[in-house]
Design a binder for this molecule. Structure first.
Ligand SMILES: O=P(O)(O)OC[C@H]1O[C@H](OP(=O)(O)OP(=O)(O)O)[C@H](O)[C@@H]1O
Ligand SMILES: O=c1cc[nH]c(=O)[nH]1
Ligand SMILES: [Mg+2]
Length: 212
């Protein structure tokens, strides 16, 4: 797995405001949306394109458009939903599938409660959205499911990642196989005893949508 920590002052500025416990839900949602747009720029660097020619008012111009089959964007519910609009704004032809996953806060194991994906996702480039990569259990389960369904390559976009989560993903998917990339706005210090990222930003789902 290739990991990219996006190093950009605008990303750092918005992430700092997002982390701030005083930031309200409305602002948290806006900042999440803005951060995704910035991460998406890096995350889609290898998106497949097809060469096309268009007529400008002056002459023929050679360019590209997004290739078919369209990319697949998969937010992991709930918190990943906060990243969806920012991503599809940049990838308007993308299809969207949904994975509902919840981490048991006692065992820290991820459970899948909903899977709604297009029928055929074989050969697709896939962008998985989840603001938090903590133990890595949730993202690893999502990536395994998508690879099992035939996805060609996967890029995960996370706002905050932990070293433990990245190490878990590398352990599970490091042995080659299909391409996997992680694009994250921050690699934090560690996990605490409760499995929360330190310093992190708290519970992303609760901060986006209120306490579940
Ligand atoms: O890396 P892990 O240790 O698996 O933890 C990360 C997961 O926990 C959070 O979701 P949560 O289970 O709280 O669900 P929610 O989005 O509905 O709040 C977060 O959005 C990730 O999906
Ligand atoms: O820090 C964390 C860990 C898991 N889930 C979150 O929302 N935040
Ligand atoms: Mg949550």
């Amino acid at each position: 797995m290739k990991t990219l920590v996006v190093d950009h002052p605008l990303v750092a500025h918005k992430l700092t405001a997002l982390r701030d416990a005083r930031t309200d839900s409305q602002t948290f949602r806006r900042l999440t949306d803005e951060l995704v747009t910035l991460l998406a720029y890096e995350a889609t660097r290898d998106v497949r394109v097809t060469e096309v020619t268009v007529e400008t008012p002056v002459a023929e111009a050679h360019g590209v458009r997004l290739a078919r089959p369209a990319p697949l964007v998969v937010p992991i519910l709930r918190a990943g939903l906060g990243m969806l609009e920012g991503m599809t704004r940049l990838l308007p032809t993308a299809e969207v599938g949904f994975l509902g996953m919840i981490r048991d806060e006692g065992t820290l194991k991820a459970e899948t409660y909903a899977t709604r994906l297009p029928e055929d996702i074989s050969g697709r480039q896939c962008y998985v959205l989840d603001p938090m990569l903590a133990t890595g259990g949730t993202l690893a389960a999502a990536v395994s499911l998508l690879f099992d369904r035939g996805t060609e390559d996967i890029t995960a976009l996370c706002l905050v990642s932990s070293p433990e989560g990245v190490a878990h993903m590398e352990r599970v998917f490091g042995g080659g196989g299909r391409p996997l990339r992680l694009v994250t706005a921050a690699l934090d210090e560690r996990l605490n005893e409760a499995g929360y990222i330190v310093p992190g930003l708290g519970d992303a789902g609760d901060r986006l949508y209120g306490v579940a």
